[in-house]
Ligand binder design. Structure first.
Ligand code: PLP
Length: 321
């Protein structure tokens, strides 16, 4: 298996030029003073469709040949990957099918359909979504794009940290949230190339630390779907490509509790006037808890997305969730 390299990230950046937003890098003097470091927040909550996943989806779909474009793309997801694939397919004028559970939130179904994708629903309790998706892909001649374990997806995700370090110059530490590892592995490729001295950390929810276990064991560990408010990081295992890069290029993996995520979410709302979804708070929550590790240093924090139901957001911040 050949792992993608930083050259694949730069090629992805060229494909994304003019299609993805170059998201802002924000500062907070309150954060700097309170935690004694210099923070640089890369705000992918302001990316198209509200999360970094647009980068990987658009990069992967841009590489389709004429026949693949004609058949279109298929994906299974009830989260940001669904919307990313749907939007990228619409922009590239190809058909898209998204396989989603029958009990997915109505807002997510509507958002995915709103981007022009066809939604195929399945029963989470009786049907195997991967088997269903593969059958549909064969029947309809569609190409399956997975949410993280794909060279073009992770190379696309790596363009966010490429932009970050190009803008800030070298960083001492970089914190990135970790689900299946597409964002972390792509980010590590960029950090290794552009800031060789920068330490790169993945951050998972405490309840689902399969990545940390895998990193320590040296092989991919599988877990049951974890119970956490970080719904974008409820993955059960890393991928072959993502783990190959993470074990080589990442320095450590931290975990944070749901309570720490809510604290970070509150800080973003109160101090930076930003809506960040729980999963998007993982990196900052870990940085806040890092203490002496980051004291006086230049710290990159990747904010991964801002898609959260406002009723749920209010309940989490109000302490009634
Ligand atoms: C998908 C997602 C993640 C996790 O990304 P991986 O590439 O699976 O590690 C984190 N945050 C948000 C907002 C996401 O949508």
């Amino acid at each position: 298996m050949q792992l993608p390299t930083y050259d694949d990230v730069t090629a992805a950046a060229a494909r994304l030029e003019g299609h993805a937003h170059r998201t802002p890098v924000l500062r907070s003097s309150t954060a700097d003073a309170r935690w004694g470091a210099q923070f640089f927040f890369k705000c992918e909550n302001f990316q198209r469709m509200g999360a970094f996943k647009f980068r990987g989806a658009f990069n992967a779909l841009s590489k389709f040949d004429a026949e693949q474009r004609k058949g279109g793309v298929i994906a299974f997801s009830s989260g940001n990957h669904a919307q990313a694939i749907a939007l990228a397919a619409r922009l590239l004028a190809m058909p898209a099918v998204i396989v989603m559970p029958k009990d997915a939130p109505a807002a997510k179904l509507a958002a995915t359909r709103g981007y022009g994708a066809e939604v195929v629903q399945y029963d989470r309790f009786t049907e195997d979504r991967e088997a269903l998706t593969r059958r549909l892909a064969t029947e309809r001649g569609m190409t399956l794009i997975p949410p993280y374990d794909h060279p073009d997806v992770l190379s696309g995700q790596g363009t966010a940290v490429k932009e970050l370090i190009e803008e800030t110059g070298p960083l001492d530490h970089l914190f990135v949230c970790l689900g299946g590892g597409g964002l972390l592995s792509g980010s590590a490729l960029s950090a290794r190339a552009l800031a060789p001295g920068c330490k790169v950390y993945g951050v998972e929810p405490e309840a689902g630390n399969d990545g940390q276990q895998s990193f320590r064991a040296g092989s991919i560990v599988h877990i049951d779907t974890p119970k956490t408010i970080a719904d974008g990081a409820q993955t059960q295992h890393l991928g072959e490509y993502t783990f190959g890069i993470i074990r080589r290029d990442v320095d450590d993996i931290f975990t944070v509790s749901d309570a720490q995520l809510v604290e970070a979410m509150r800080f973003f709302a109160e101090r930076m006037k930003m809506v960040v979804e729980p999963t998007g708070c993982l990196a900052f929550a870990a940085a806040c808890a890092a203490g002496p590790l980051i004291a006086g240093q230049r710290v990159g924090v990747l904010i991964s997305g801002g898609n959260v139901d406002l009723g749920r957001y209010a309940a989490l911040l109000g302490g009634t969730a």
